[in-house]
Design a protein around this ligand. Structure first.
Ligand code: SF4
Length: 281
């Protein structure tokens, strides 16, 4: 699609996702609008995002070299932080470095563009993610896709992953030793992708990355720093499904992330603790 329909379609779909009222276009009829969007909809969806098939259990336990297999059993954080992306993925898919490997169906390593300018970080796989090996799927994943679309991003343009790569039993909160064991994977993913901005979805991801117990309500709406990366905090899509009133603040947070990603950060220093802040317009 070469005209303005694609951004228009993204905008309208984003409004629907956010529960916004309908847009009235008096100069065209309803059938003309539906026809135009149907044509555009076919184009704008384009090829489906590259879906990485979940590895079979046998594949997951077979790194390509003895050294990678050893790292999957007992690799140190320092050694994992030296791996390239393919090695990192192989080690993670076979990882037994914490007790969560015992109950998982699949390791959910992450997916998306390896050169993404925006990385989404959630807490840990849920049941559907554990079954499929893919992050942010199901209804929460669909809402995430629409919210990304509302700021002009397709799922395959960003990278999506979690703090933990394996599902905690019964979706219980991750334990500190599990976070400590798994975080080298996330840190190395972020370093290798080298994005312009990170978005932490949900209080657990935000609190883990920022090392704080502050609530989402106090952390969202501005930009923090995670290492050398700007970090925006917002509600988890699953929480917004339960509380639709959180969709709009999530959209506002994603707009902040989009501006940072585009280099129009508006970042200013001086906040307590060396934190950078970005006020909402
Ligand atoms: S949660 Fe992380 S550290 Fe634990 S087994 Fe899974 S990949 Fe390994």
């Amino acid at each position: 699609m070469t005209d303005a329909r694609e951004p228009l379609l993204r905008y309208l779909e984003g409004r629907i996702a956010l529960g916004e009222p309908p847009v009235i276009l008096p100069s065209i009829t309803r059938s003309e609008a539906l026809e135009a969007l149907a044509e555009g909809g076919r184009d704008v969806k384009g090829p489906p995002p590259e879906e990485e098939a979940a590895p079979a259990a046998s594949e997951a336990s077979a790194p390509s070299t003895p050294e990678l297999a050893r790292l999957a059993r007992e690799g140190t954080a320092e050694r994992i932080r030296e791996l390239d992306f393919q090695e990192l993925r192989e080690v993670a898919l076979a990882c037994q470095r914490c007790a969560l490997h015992e109950g998982r169906q699949h390791v959910v390593f992450g997916e998306g563009a390896s050169d993404a300018r925006l990385v989404c970080v959630g807490e840990a796989p849920g049941s559907v993610e554990d079954e499929t090996g893919r992050p942010f799927v199901g209804r929460a994943g669909q809402l995430l896709d629409l919210m990304l679309m509302s700021v002009g991003l397709r799922r395959d343009e960003v990278y999506i992953c979690n703090v933990l790569k394996c599902r905690p039993p019964g979706n219980r909160n991750p334990q500190p030793e599990e976070i400590a064991a798994c975080s080298p994977f996330l840190l190395q993913q972020i370093d290798l992708i080298d994005p312009k901005v990170l978005v932490a979805f949900g209080s657990f991801a935000a609190q883990t990355l920022l090392g704080t117990r502050e609530s989402i309500g106090r952390l969202r709406g501005r930009t923090h720093l995670y290492g050398r990366f700007p970090l925006v905090v917002t509600y988890h899509p699953a929480a917004s499904l339960r509380n639709p009133g959180w969709k709009r603040p999530t959209w506002e947070d994603l707009q902040i992330a989009r501006r940072v990603m585009d280099g129009d950060s508006g970042l200013r220093s001086g906040a307590p603790g060396g934190e950078l802040s970005l006020d909402l317009p």
